[in-house]
Design a binder for this molecule. Structure first.
Ligand SMILES: [Zn+2]
Length: 473
């Protein structure tokens, strides 16, 4: 245990000093954590280890100021994009703090798409590239260095093991698009570090996924829209919780509705569908949901600001804003972004202590949708999340929800496919939305148009030669 202590101390020290992290050291911490679990039958209190120091606001601010300065100073030396940006607005990176960060304009996806070469830091060799899925326009491409490809899974494996979210006895089944290189690679590398099994299948016909899911996996990683297809296919096939060995489902990248989460828990017999936030451009900064429904942002790897939607300054307590994320050095090396405006809308929480189990970790509301998709019928806010929650709660259970919504004459005009209304009725559907505070004018479209209404990641279907068949059938 002495060696473990030395390694933890060295890791803490390098975080504060902030030299590059020793990846092998982090890897050994994963092994130490596994040994501890093996020996004492339970893990350390992970939140104390990973989040504990940040619960004190003064310490957190001091850490953030140092991290922001060190990240900006490095970018000023090595990143052509940020050299220009800092000098254009007269910012001195060595004097930045969380209070003066607003002087640096936010970076947007268009910057990454149009000037990718300018984001490459001098002297860093790119080894692996990953792209956004393109669901919100032209994809952005982000290159990772070898150090990043080794560090991110090591850090993720460490926190996963400390929280017992992944153990050597686990087998993970991965259904994300095989073109989401970073996500697939990270899942595989985390499993390798922990010693867990890993089965990467991609977005294949749901029946094929279920055939494998009934054959031993304990962890499932996918998108909410594909999870929806799995739930419906499992129910069609009459599969029950006893047919599965899953203990945990992790989803991300899309809105997960409560109706779908509840159905997934019941169908697969898992206590929790964990809904995490992660985004290619700002990896490895991530967020996780607590039992109270907040989104808690990992304070160690990056800074999350909430800026008002007009971009004039911080959102006030209780107000809507866009999440602006700065991954810290030493977590990003090859193509880092600084104050990246995700356009993902969250609500800043009211000031005051949080009562949840992650109260020491900074939090916002969960993601409500993209800023460009907010509607304001009669001046009242309707978010994509409001619509997904309401659509997926319809008794017709046409999952994942396919709809289009726009404001006409101060009212929401909602288009749904026929199947979403069939057997329930037009009037009952309108009443269902009204019960949720959504006054809609409903248009019903042929089912063939459903997929075009709302592209989802489950549409990134991959073909296979295999016949879909369930084990034992
Ligand atoms: Zn919370």
């Amino acid at each position: 245990m002495f060696e473990t202590g030395v390694r933890q101390f060295r890791m803490a020290l390098s975080l504060i000093r902030s030299s590059r992290l020793d990846v092998a050291n982090v890897g050994r911490l994963v092994a130490d954590a596994l040994d501890t679990i093996g020996e004492f039958g339970g893990s350390a209190d992970a939140d104390t280890v990973t989040d504990g120091p940040f619960a004190d606001p003064a310490i957190r601010t001091e850490f953030q100021n140092r991290a922001v300065r060190r990240t900006a100073q490095r970018l000023d030396r090595l990143s052509p994009f940020y050299q220009q940006r800092f000098s254009a607005v007269g910012v001195q990176p060595a004097r930045l703090s969380v209070d003066t960060l607003g002087q640096v304009p936010t970076t947007v996806k268009r910057d990454l798409v149009e000037r990718p070469a300018d984001f490459h830091c001098a002297g860093v060799a790119p080894v692996l590239t990953t792209r956004t899925t393109g669901s919100t326009g032209r994809p952005a491409e982000v290159w990772l260095s070898r150090y990043e490809t080794e560090l991110w899974p090591a850090v993720e494996a460490l926190s996963g093991v400390l929280r017992e979210e992944i153990l050597p006895t686990d087998q993970m089944q991965v259904h994300v698009s095989s073109r989401a290189t970073a996500a697939v690679y990270l899942d595989m590398a985390v499993c390798r570090l922990v010693g867990a099994g890993c089965r990467v299948l991609g977005i294949v016909p749901p029946e094929q996924a279920l055939a494998s899911l009934t054959d031993g996996p304990t962890l499932l990683a996918t998108y909410p829209s594909y999870l929806a297809q799995l739930v419906l296919a499992a129910q069609d096939l009459g599969l029950k919780p006893a047919d599965f060995t899953l203990r945990r489902i992790d989803v991300g990248g899309e809105v997960l509705s409560e109706a779908l989460a509840a159905a997934a828990r019941a169908t697969f017999g898992v206590p929790l569908v964990a809904d995490a936030f992660g985004m290619t451009e700002v990896l490895p900064v991530s967020g996780r949901r607590c039992a109270a429904g907040h989104l808690h942002h990992d304070p160690g790897t990056g800074l999350v600001e909430v800026l008002d939607l007009a971009g004039t300054g911080p959102a006030g307590p209780g107000e809507l804003g866009t999440a602006v994320i700065t991954p810290y050095y030493p977590y990003r090396e090859c193509m880092p972004v600084f104050r990246y405006d995700t356009r993902d809308v969250v609500r800043r929480l009211p000031d005051g202590p949080l009562g949840c189990e992650l109260a020491g970790v900074p939090a916002t509301s969960t993601i409500l949708g993209k800023a460009s998709q907010l509607l304001w019928p009669g001046g009242r806010l309707v978010t994509p999340r409001d619509l997904v929650e309401a659509c997926e709660a319809l008794p017709t259970r046409q999952w994942p929800a396919r709809f289009a919504a726009e404001v006409r004459d101060g009212r929401i005009r909602l288009s749904l496919p026929q199947a979403a209304v069939d057997g329930y009725g037009h009037r009952a559907t309108v009443a269902h939305f009204a019960d949720r505070g959504l006054e809609v004018d409903l248009a019903v479209l042929p089912d063939e148009q459903a997929a075009a209404l709302r592209p989802l990641r489950c549409d990134l279907r991959e073909t296979t030669f295999a016949e879909p068949a369930l084990a034992g059938t």
